[in-house]
Ligand binder design. Structure first.
Ligand SMILES: [Zn+2]
Length: 431
């Protein structure tokens, strides 16, 4: 897409462009805002819940001021025509790793052990740009995978306006049980840096949770299980008591805990411990999903990660039958839907290319969710489940994080790949 085409969507393009130049000093690089605000006139508006015809949206400053048919706005408001386009809230990515890139480019071990942190940060800034241009305006990042607190620093750089990208929620190093996480397979006398921070037991876990909070994480991520069974299969790591301790220590600071869990037992312990969301859940059973629904724990299935990894391993999608792991993923996703578990839109981006976030939503629909329900997950649903009441919908007083795209995404998820216009915090993304 070409954001330079933006002027094609403006009435009186020359006048407004000069207004833009006059007001650019207020803005972050790659962004510009009209001092008097914007009246946006798309063909349709999806407000985070429903589709509306003939709606307009008035933005002034960083927030939405009004939305509905026939708005009256002050003189000096720039009218932005978005003919044929659907205007909707920017999407909220629920599971990303901005410090990772696809494993078929560079294996995970080599990203953690060989790439410099400087290279990883440069890559991350490019990943953020791509995410924003793809219509992601908030991104929950689930661990720096060996890059320490680089995610916290990148978030600070974003907030200072040094780079552009989605708003970030970051996890920092994440917590793993000793002996469970990679990189693995080295001689015992050699201890390579791990992709997360190991900790165990009462005092160790309390200290590490507090340490990570002190370094600026927005939430705590814990691996409730990992692939450390006798045959390399996923098995639970932390005890229920350890997970409860992590949740209690984080909660004391006002932070939530997110659990990686692929086994039913890891999911059960994480749910009973009181985590906010469970990631992956491949081995989820109807019983454990019923427990999650009862306790209000949300499920982030990361369908796209499994889809990508199995293709990296040689599965020819569409030409060969679905591998058992994909069949299991379909079954667990359907079991979660049947149990009424709230679903987080989050694909484990980084395993597959940043900017291709919509792949997860397409798979949610392919595995049994309606396009409208999946679209709600990516907007108002994620806002509610991730504790972000100031975004994810088009309503007065909410952040003006908006995108416009061709087609009707309530009918066709592929429309989300046709993002033509992006606004974040009331500023239009120009490049
Ligand atoms: Zn992940």
């Amino acid at each position: 897409m070409n954001y330079k085409q933006l002027s094609g969507y403006l009435i009186s393009g020359a006048q407004i462009f000069s207004a833009v130049l006059l007001t650019m000093s207020c803005c972050l690089p790659g962004l510009f805002a009209q001092a008097g605000g914007y009246l946006l006139r798309p063909a349709r508006v999806f407000d985070g819940h429903e589709l509306h015809q003939d709606w307009e949206v008035w933005v002034a400053g960083s927030h939405i001021q009004a939305a509905g048919p026939g708005l009256k706005v002050p003189a000096g408001t720039a009218v932005v025509e978005l003919p044929g386009l659907t205007l909707m809230p920017g999407m909220i990515e629920g599971h990303s790793h901005i410090l990772l890139h696809p494993y078929n480019e560079t294996p995970w071990n080599d990203q953690v052990l060989v790439e410099s942190e400087a290279e990883r940060v440069v890559r991350a800034t490019l990943h953020l740009q791509r995410s924003l241009q793809a219509g992601i305006t908030t991104l929950r990042d689930l661990g720096s995978e060996g890059a320490g607190y680089a995610d916290v620093g990148i978030k600070q750089a974003l907030e200072k306006g040094l780079i552009t990208g989605p708003r970030l929620l970051v996890a920092g190093r994440a917590i793993v049980a000793t002996g469970s996480y990679g990189p693995k397979g080295f001689a015992p006398h050699f201890q390579p840096p791990l992709g997360a921070q190991p900790a165990d037991g009462h005092d160790g876990l309390i200290r590490v949770v507090r340490e990570q909070i002190g370094h600026g994480v927005d939430f705590i991520k814990v691996y409730a299980d990992y692939r450390w069974g006798p045959q390399g299969e996923a098995r639970p790591t932390f005890s229920l008591e350890e997970l409860q301790l992590i949740v209690q220590t984080a909660a004391s600071s006002g932070r939530r805990v997110v659990a990686h869990a692929a086994t039913a037992e890891g999911m059960r312990r994480a749910t009973l411990a009181g985590v906010a969301t469970i990631e992956h859940g491949d081995g989820g059973t109807p019983e454990v999903f019923a427990l999650m629904a009862e306790k209000g724990v949300a499920y982030c299935p990361t369908l796209a990660a499994s889809d990508a990894i199995l293709q990296y391993r040689g599965w020819q999608k569409g030409r060969q039958p679905e591998p058992p792991r994909i069949q299991q993923k379909r079954a667990s996703f359907r079991a979660a839907l049947a149990a009424g578990v709230p679903i987080v839109f989050g694909g484990d981006v980084g395993v597959f290319p940043h900017g291709d976030n919509v792949r997860e939503l397409e798979l949610m629909v392919a595995y049994g969710m309606s396009p409208l329900a999946a679209l709600r997950c990516a907007t108002s649903g994620n806002a509610a489940l991730l504790g972000l009441p100031d975004r994810g919908r088009i309503a007065p007083g909410l952040l003006a994080d908006l995108i416009a795209l061709e087609g009707d995404p309530t009918q066709q998820p592929s429309a989300l790949r046709q993002v033509k216009w992006v606004m974040i915090g009331g500023e239009v993304v120009s490049e």
